[in-house]
Design a protein around this ligand. Structure first.
Ligand SMILES: C[S@@+](CC[C@H](N)C(=O)[O-])C[C@H]1O[C@@H](n2cnc3c(N)ncnc32)[C@H](O)[C@@H]1O
Length: 525
């Protein structure tokens, strides 16, 4: 805890340090699969020693200090200063986390005030493995703007390269730093000149190549083989049945994307999965392998119809396959299996968090409408040992799900949610309403309301506009489901109210999913 007794620091800086020390100790931040390293902040004390002594008294002990290069040069350039004195202090923020303070002394007060207001140097730092710098391109493709960087030879053994990015509306995390051991001259040159719009557009235009490279890594078993252990290119070629030279070229691209780390060349080159890459392995608890196959397969073709979808009124899926997705899945069990796997994969941690945050006291029956494999229902029931569950979905989906359900606790019911749905104390609709237009949603919600008594609860799991992922998924829904769309909270509130449910509140879940909680009100109120 930083107390205002750190008199060697400006009172605003004391507050800023306290806030960022909490962010550092929390350590919850995520950036792809990179390891959270530290939180950085620029402050303007009168003297470094006095500030460090005061911070130590307040519980933030300096573990080490070193001279700054990158921030010093940025300040010099920004304000025309002659090499200002900037010391880096790594403070122990508790829980094994580090708060990295840049202590600038001797700067004019206007500079200090301007920097405190603009927070140009505050950042959350993540460590990348030497072979996984493809993450830089991925961040740029995600819309994060390069914001400088450099090499500090005094950092750890052999120095570290740092790459800064800004993201709009990131709050306290609006600036991120990727740190990597060693001097990465080429990547730094690319990063510092990444403002070239044609280069940036090329990165974006090749997004489809990335999708297919990731799909290939999942579908050919590359990620699965590497999840078990690191291998040479030759071993991986033998295990996957791919010619080594072709596989090596794919691996080169995957290394650029930050999915694998490569050491050496040819058949003897060593390949390892990066933390990001492990999400493509089927056995990883964080696996998105099903999603890689779905977005690179079934939905890849429908996305190819995006121009026609936007210009016309049919969904890309129907243009590509001639049928609605759910009709197609009913007749194509292999596609349905990939689809359901992708749904379950994407939501493992979301479902756990939802079950964790739901108040399940007094709930006897939980009914999951359009519950797919039953993954969410199983999580909810695990958190409510007293409750039983009903999994409701299309007859074919329920047939496929049944063998893996706990038959003692879950009744699986096949049917059509537009005709009738089973009741319960708690109804769950996870990623259902975004598949349909308002009229269809009204019909589904009316069936739900007809199935329950006043006071029963209904929970929606959806992404909500204008959250960043929801904006992308809104286009995805337009392409793949005729009438499918993401909605704002207000739009959900109105849909629910028209059907006799009152939205009571919402909770944020991982991956920008939100859990909206509503209660059935007496009809006619
Ligand atoms: C996007 S998936 C969501 C699955 C699951 N709730 C989840 O969040 O992972 C939509 C689900 O709605 C089901 N579904 C589509 N049309 C249906 C209908 N008319 N009646 C019942 N279920 C339906 C599909 O089979 C699929 O499982």
């Amino acid at each position: 805890m930083v107390r205002s007794t750190v008199s060697a620091l400006h009172e605003t800086d004391v507050r800023r340090v306290a806030t960022m020390a909490r962010v550092a100790a929390d350590g919850e931040q995520r950036l792809y699969g990179l390891r959270f390293d530290h939180v950085g902040l620029l402050v303007f004390p009168e003297s470094v020693d006095a500030a460090l002594a005061g911070l130590a008294d307040a519980g933030l002990r300096a573990v080490r200090t070193l001279p700054s290069v990158v921030v010093r040069d940025r300040l010099a350039e920004r304000y025309g200063l002659d090499r200002p004195a900037v010391t880096i202090a790594h403070l122990d923020a508790g829980e094994g986390r580090t708060l990295e303070l840049f202590l600038a002394t001797g700067c004019p007060e206007e500079v200090a005030e301007d920097e405190r207001a603009a927070e140009r140097e505050r950042h959350l730092a993540f460590e990348a493995a030497p072979g996984s710098l493809g993450v830089l391109a991925a961040l740029r493709a995600d819309g994060l703007a390069p914001d400088g960087g450099g090499f500090n030879p005094s950092e750890s053994d052999g120095g570290r390269s740092v790459f800064y990015f800004r993201r709009p509306d990131g709050g306290l995390a609006d600036r991120v730093e990727v740190v990597v051991p060693g001097h990465r001259r080429d990547e730094l040159a690319g990063h510092l000149h990444a403002a070239d719009p044609r280069r940036e557009m090329l990165e974006m235009l090749t997004g489809a190549w990335r999708t297919q490279a990731l799909r290939a890594a999942a579908e050919l078993g590359v990620a699965d083989r590497l999840f078990a252990r690191d291998r040479t290119v030759g071993e991986l070629a033998a295990a996957t049945g791919c010619p080594a030279d072709r596989l090596e070229r794919l691996l080169g691209y995957l290394a650029r994307l930050g999915v694998v780390a490569l050491q050496g060349a040819g058949r003897d080159g060593k390949v390892a999965l990066t933390p990001l890459g492990t999400t493509l392995a089927g056995e990883s608890p964080l696996s998105l392998a099903g999603l890689a196959r779905l977005y690179g397969g079934l939905f890849y073709r429908s996305f190819g119809e995006l121009p026609a979808t936007v210009a016309g009124d049919a969904s890309g899926f129907e243009l590509a396959y001639g049928r609605t997705p759910f009709a197609h899945l009913e007749d194509h069990p292999a596609d349905a299996a990939v689809f359901q796997q992708a749904m379950a994969d994407q939501c493992r941690e979301v479902f756990d968090a939802a079950a964790d945050r739901l108040d399940l006291a007094g709930v006897g029956t939980v009914t999951d409408i359009g519950g797919g494999t039953g993954a969410l229902l199983s999580c909810v029931l695990a958190a409510a040992p007293h409750a039983s569950g009903v999994l409701f979905d299309t007859p074919a989906t329920v047939r496929a799900a049944r063998p893996r359900l706990d038959a003692e606790r879950i009744t699986a019911v096949g049917g059509d949610m537009f005709a009738a749905v089973p009741g319960g104390d708690l109804l769950v609709l996870s990623r259902i309403l975004h598949d349909w237009d308002d009229a269809a949603c009204a019909r589904i919600l009316a069936r739900c309301r007809a199935a329950v008594r006043p006071g029963a609860r209904l929970v929606l799991l959806e992404r909500v506009l204008p959250d960043p992922l929801a904006v992308a998924w809104d286009v995805h829904m337009m392409v793949n489901n005729d009438g499918g769309r993401e909605r704002t909270l207000e739009e959900y509130r109105e849909l629910l109210a028209a059907a006799g449910f009152e939205l009571r509140g919402w909770t944020g879940l991982p991956l920008e999913v939100r859990m909206l909680e509503a209660v059935a009100v007496p009809c006619g109120t």
